[in-house]
Every structure is written in C-alpha cells, then in structure tokens.
Design a binder for this molecule. Structure first.
Ligand code: PLP
Length: 405
C-alpha cells in the first residue's frame, strides 16, 4: 500500500489508545482504574444541555459559517474581554472543532515545509504531530536542569531563521505547572523581537489552584495592532467539562483568522451547529460549574500529592493547575512505556507514559477521577512497585499474588 510521507510520520494518539485499552478491559469486567484520562467527569452546565436540546427539538440544524455562528463569536469576544481585558472584533475570532482544530488550522495557515516550531518539554502529545502534519519540524526545548521550566535563554538559543512559531501551554499538560509571569513576558517579547508567532494554548487557564492566576499574555505585548503575531487558543472542553462537544477557538489578527477560516472551510466547514449553541450557552450562562470543578480538582490534586509523598523513590512536582500530575518514576523503570504496560497488566491501573510528552521515566497521572480512584490507583501502583510490599493484594474479592520481583 502506498502511504504518504506525512501519513507515515504520524504516530497514534497515545491518550486515545489508552482510553481504548481501558474500555476493552472494563468491558471484560476487569477492575480498571483509569488514571490516564484527560477529561473532567462532571456534567456540562445545564444551560449548555438545554440550549443543545432546544436546537435539536427545532430540527433546524444546518451548516454554519466556517468560522462559527455570530452568537458564538460574540460570546468569545465577551470572554476575551472578561478574562484577558482585551477588546477584539468578530474578524479576530474563529470557532473550531475543539482547541485541537484551532491549533491545527493555525499551524496550517503559518507553516511551510522545513519551518520550525518551538515548544517546551514536557509538551502536549499533539504538538509534534501537528507540526509534522504541516511538513514542518518540531523543536522541543528541554530545561537543562531537568525541571519543567525551561529558561528563556534555552528557548532563545533554539530560535533560528527557520523558526516560525513558539507554542506555550500554561498551565501545562502533562506537568500541571504554570510558567512564571516573568517567563511569559520574556516569551512574548522574544517572539515580538524575532518576528515569530506565539501560540498561547490557554485551554486550562481557569483551572488553576492555590489562589494563583494564569498569566495574561496581552499584558506584555508591545504590539497589539493587526500586525501582532500573538494567537490565543481556548475552548469549552476542559473548563466546562464539554470535551465531546468539540468547540474551541483562536483569537488572532484579522488576516490570519481569514486564512484559518479558508482552511477550516474546506477541511470541515464550521463546527457542529448543535455544539456551537451549547458553547454559547455555557459561555454566557451561570459560571458556578467552573468554580466547582476547579475546587474539586484542587482537592483531588491535594489528595494525589499526599498519596505520592508516601511513595518511596519517586519525584512529584506539585501541579499549579489542570488535572494532571507528571511524576518521575525513573527509579523504578526508565522506560515509561514498559512501566505503563506493566501497571495495566499487573494491577489494572492506566497511566500515560511520559515518553509521549517528551520525558521518558515519567508517568502522567490524572486527577479527573474520584478520590477513591486516586487513592486506590496509587495504592495498587505502590504495591506493584515496592519490593517490600506484602505478597498479596485484594481488589474487591480478587486476590492478586505478586509473581515478580
Ligand atoms: C494542551 C491542550 N491543548 C488543546 C487540547 C484540545 O482541546 P479540545 O478538546 O478543545 O480540542 C488539549 C486536550 O487534551 C490539551 O491538553
């Protein structure tokens, strides 16, 4: 079979594959604990459900403009005003099939083959593949001190004449850390000075803990004219627990939005009318579900950290936000894929191997599930890895006997 070079270069989505593995095991009745998930378990806001149901009842579910319905653009403009203190116009907005599509059409609009795109390690699994889909070259930048915080000098050292864009995701998937305001300021200035696009993936910016606030990149921009190469990505998936609705957006200069709209128009047309109406209702409706989700996630993070503290040999950095914790398990196994497979096989705990995010030896643990999932999941992992643990473990009335170590 003849497959394109781009097609051959793209790997399977590790997270989607894990969801599939967990679903298959669950369907067989296995007591799986899924610490690999990337979506809140809470319900979407009732306003969103009612709006979607209303449109469904009307039967008037048609094509929409390629960049989204006017009501959604207005809701995004209001959101941008409220959370970024920035006034934009409809020409600066595109609504897409999730933040994922917003990032993808943005990259397709700006990249030529051989162009380079810089992003810090660890990174969201899709960035390298999306860049490769454009025939361009991903340039992950790793902090020399092994932390999750590359210094601005490390970013700058990787800027070449081929660099077209920098992508920053803060708070970050998979580490949960938020980059310091000073770092965001430096990145904004660096990109302006070097004339490269800065794509701020702010999808987790309202899911932040300990009274902290995510940085607002616009505060640091010197050029906010239509020449600005600053692109802000956001969406309803995470903050409103609306992952399945597939609505995200980008804010950028008018010319770029027009090109992104042309691409999206031929790629998928506008996002689903039903889901756009639901997103409008979520954005304009009662916001209490976001705060309630944030508080739940902060509590889950605290429980996860407390459990991890009693786990010898690992290194866990406290997340500032998101619903992930990215833990260094290299003491037990430097090969994160093998370790994740071992944990599924032996104790039915699903985690995501760090290698997928550019840092082997780590596992991404999700705090999306229940407290019971978190505590029991970590207990099972400890039992599987700790050579001093008792020989037997009960999962319900299932007795596991250690036949390794
Ligand atoms: C950093 C980051 N950006 C974008 C997305 C995609 O979000 P959406 O569901 O809106 O496509 C995700 C989802 O996991 C993510 O973690």
């Amino acid at each position: 079979m003849s497959i394109s070079l781009v097609g051959k270069s793209i790997g399977e989505s590790a997270t989607l594959k894990l969801n599939e593995t967990a679903a298959i095991l669950r369907a067989k009745g296995e007591p799986v604990i899924h610490l690999g998930g990337g979506e809140p378990k809470t319900k979407p806001p009732i306003d969103a459900l009612v709006a979607a149901a209303g449109l469904l009842n009307s039967g008037e579910i048609r094509y929409t403009p390629a960049a989204g319905i006017p009501a959604l653009k207005q809701a995004i403009i209001r959101y941008t005003d409220e959370f970024y203190d920035r006034t934009v116009e409809t020409g600066n907005v595109i609504a897409s099939g999730g933040a994922k599509q917003a990032v993808m059409v943005c990259l397709q609009a700006i990249l030529n083959p051989q162009d380079e795109v810089i992003f810090p390690v660890p990174y969201w699994v899709s960035y390298p593949e999306m860049v490769k889909l454009c025939g361009a070259v991903p340039v992950p930048v790793r902090a020399a001190d092994g932390s999750f915080h590359p210094r601005i000098q490390e970013i700058e050292r990787n800027v070449t004449s081929y660099t077209k864009a920098v992508i920053i995701n803060s708070p970050n998937n998979p580490s949960g850390v938020m980059y310091a305001d000073e770092f965001i300021k430096d990145v904004v200035e660096l990109c302006e000075d070097r004339g490269v696009y800065l794509i701020m993936d702010d999808i987790y910016h309202r899911l932040v803990f300990d009274g902290k606030k995510a940085a607002n990149c616009y505060r640091y921009a010197r050029d906010l004219s239509e020449n600005s190469k600053l692109v802000v990505i956001n969406g309803v998936s995470k903050q409103y627990a609306m992952t399945g609705f597939r609505i995200g957006w980008a804010i950028a200069n008018r010319k770029l939005i027009k090109v992104m709209t042309n691409i999206q128009g031929h790629q998928t047309s506008g996002p689903s009318a039903l889901c756009q109406h639901a997103a409008v209702a979520a954005l304009n409706g009662i916001q209490s579900s976001v705060e309630s989700l944030r508080l739940t996630l902060e509590n889950n993070r605290n429980v996860m950290m407390a459990r991890l503290e009693s786990f010898d040999g690992i290194k866990a950095t406290k997340p500032d936000g998101t619903f992930y914790c990215f833990v260094d398990f290299s003491h037990y196994n430097k090969d994160s894929t093998k370790l994740a497979q071992f944990l599924v096989e032996k104790v039915r705990v699903v985690t995501v191997p760090g290698v997928e995010f550019g840092m082997d030896g780590h596992l991404r643990l999700s705090t999306c599930g229940s407290i019971k999932d978190i505590t029991e999941g970590i207990e099972r992992m400890k039992w599987a890895l700790d050579p001093n643990a008792p020989n037997e473990l009960y999962i319900g009335d299932h007795k596991l006997v250690r036949d390794w170590m």
